[in-house]
Design a protein around this ligand. Structure first.
Ligand SMILES: [Zn+2]
Length: 590
């Protein structure tokens, strides 16, 4: 049923009590907006204190220190430079800043507070104008179980005349009503200039959304985008909820309020408290979650960091809300949380969502503690473990238990070690039907053994391949003339020796040569068969061998007759019927 404006208004107190005004003054205005204003050029000892709103006499020359806003900026810069050890700041600048600091604070003889001195004629007073917000809480005037909140905007105007130096205007901008079993009712009061007389009037209207100022709730920012700085009266909140169902907000030593302290929500728009009260109004079972040590989950949900499918937040009862979990799970959560020193390590909604999904898809009997540990590693590695277990015809639970036995550190390491081992073992054809091979006693040792065999096998395969390609090369590339002969290099060592003797880089081709990716031939004189003379690289381009490189000592080009001789040799190789041997015998050389 829709609430009438009159009924709604009945829950709220009107006007601005002394407590409200005091809170505004103490929490924001005193800090950032109050100052001592000197209005008379001739008599700088006469000043107006904007805090106690009295004319006072301050002895001394009372230099102008700038507006509070300017000084706030200056302070920030100073803090930055102090932090950086004044590195790089010029001497004069340091002096200037110190002088401002010295002159800055003057004590008001009436109220005793210290403020900046401000010469009225030096600046436009309008610069000091500003709007701030506070929120104050109270019990409802008609419903003892309901709680209300008001957001009040305070505009400060620094008028020009001596008699009216500073004026504060209090305007109520928002009202919230929280009742058990009902959706939160929110009313906004907005400035409206669109009327006939073009005069500002305030319109009140109900708003469905209760959280449109989320951007204000950050721990580094306490600026209210509507009106400057923002403060919430925490004491009024504590008083308002006491004795109402909402007092569970304070359960466990006021954990929610502590959340505020920790994340500096107190300075900000109380978005999370508003969201919590709204959630709790419709779902009182949230109290049981909090009492059972799941307050983190509630907080995650409110801060929209949770996982939608772990707890059913729309449920009517606690039973249906946590229906995906057993009693033992809930006991485990309590148990686990009580053992953590920091509430950040408590079981989160993400952990629970992980548990539910893991049980559904892979591990029907997974327990909560494993889920908490595993959820922080993610699903990827668990999926691989599951796949391998299935491939090997093993129960995934058994493999998981084997991996995690006695492992205190990161679970992903234990699982990763096994996955690396098992894929390598499969690669060398280890008998994986033997349980001792699948789940070895010492996985590190077993893996080292497998790796050794892999390296040995690789080398053996390469040797085999080289031997076979050498047979083909010898048949293809051996030739003997009257003065010179040509033959392929026999080994990597021979290549290195050739490169060293002729001072060129052919030694670096050994790897390619062994793998059959190119061919290196020696051109030598018949009279001195062991003396390196010219080195020839040849490989096939579009089915025919070419002279890729022919180099002598220090990469020198050979004489024309040698080049001619080599070219006609390559022509003969290309016309040879031996060319097809490689294909038939499945030996591939470049
Ligand atoms: Zn004063």
């Amino acid at each position: 049923m829709k609430m009438s404006t009159v009924e709604f208004a009945g829950h709220f107190a009107n006007g601005f009590t002394k407590e409200i005004k005091d809170f505004a003054t103490e929490s924001i205005l005193k800090e950032g907006y109050d100052c001592l204003i000197v209005t008379d050029r001739e008599d700088k000892e006469k000043a107006f204190c904007t805090h106690c709103k009295k004319w006072v006499k301050i002895p001394g020359d009372n230099l102008h220190t700038g507006s509070p806003r300017y000084l706030r900026e200056e302070e920030k810069r100073n803090a930055y430079y102090c932090h950086a050890g004044y590195g790089g700041m010029p001497e004069e600048e340091i002096e200037r800043r110190k002088k401002i600091q010295d002159h800055k604070i003057k004590e008001c003889p009436s109220c005793g507070h210290a403020y900046n001195v401000y010469h009225q004629w030096r600046m436009d007073m309008g610069w000091l104008d500003g709007t701030v917000s506070i929120s104050v809480w109270a019990k409802s005037k008609v419903d003892p179980a309901a709680v209300v909140m008001r957001r009040i905007e305070i505009s400060r105007h620094f008028g020009g005349s001596a008699e009216d130096v500073v004026k504060d205007t209090f305007v109520e901008a928002e009202r919230y009503l929280f009742r058990m079993g009902h959706k939160t009712v929110r009313q906004k009061s907005e400035a409206d200039w669109s009327n006939k007389r073009q005069r500002m009037i305030r319109r009140k209207r109900f708003v469905k959304r209760i959280a449109d100022r989320a951007q204000c709730s950050s721990n580094t920012m306490w600026t209210d985008y509507v009106g400057g700085h923002y403060r919430m009266d925490v004491h009024s909140l504590l008083e308002a909820v006491t004795g109402t169902p909402y007092q569970y907000l304070l359960y466990n030593g006021g954990s929610y309020v502590n959340h505020y302290d920790r994340y500096a929500f107190r300075d900000s728009y109380p978005l999370y408290i508003v969201n919590y009260m709204d959630l709790y109004s419709l779902h009182p079972w949230v109290e049981l979650l909090i009492k059972n040590g799941m307050d983190n989950m509630v907080m995650d949900h409110i801060r929209k960091r949770g996982c939608a499918n772990a707890i059913c937040w729309g449920a009517k009862t606690i039973k249906s809300a946590v229906r995906r979990f057993t009693k033992q799970d809930l006991k485990d959560i309590l148990d686990y949380n009580s053992r953590q020193t920091c509430s950040r390590d408590h079981v989160s909604e993400t952990d629970l969502a992980f548990l539910a999904e893991a049980r559904e898809k892979m591990f029907p009997r997974m327990d909560l503690i494993s889920a908490v540990r595993l959820s922080r590693e993610g699903f990827g590695i668990l999926n691989r473990l599951y796949d391998w277990s299935k491939r090997l015809g093993l129960k995934p639970e058994k493999v998981l238990a084997y991996c995690l036995q006695g492992k205190a550190g990161r679970y992903s390491h234990a699982m990763g070690d096994w996955l690396d081992y098992i894929s390598d073992a499969a690669c060398i054809g280890l008998n994986l039907e033997d349980k001792a091979n699948v789940m070895p006693q010492d996985i590190k040792k077993a893996h080292a053994k497998v790796l050794k065999r892999i390296k040995y096998r690789e080398k053996r395969e390469l040797d085999e391949q080289f031997k076979r390609s050498m047979l083909l090369r010898k048949r293809l590339f051996c030739w003997k003339g009257t003065d010179y002969f040509i033959r392929p290099a026999e080994s990597a060592e021979e290549l290195a020796a050739e490169g060293m003797a002729l001072h060129h880089c052919v030694g670096g081709y050994a790897d390619k040569y062994i793998r059959g990716e190119t061919n290196i031939l020696f051109v030598r004189s018949n009279s001195q068969p062991d003396k390196p003379l010219y080195t020839l690289e040849t490989y096939k381009v579009r089915g025919a061998y070419i002279v890729a490189q022919l180099r002598g000592n220090m990469n020198a080009d050979p004489p024309a007759e040698i080049r001619k001789m080599v070219e006609s040799f390559i022509d003969r190789v290309n016309s040879s019927t031996l060319l097809d041997i490689g294909k038939k015998e499945r030996i591939l050389i470049a």
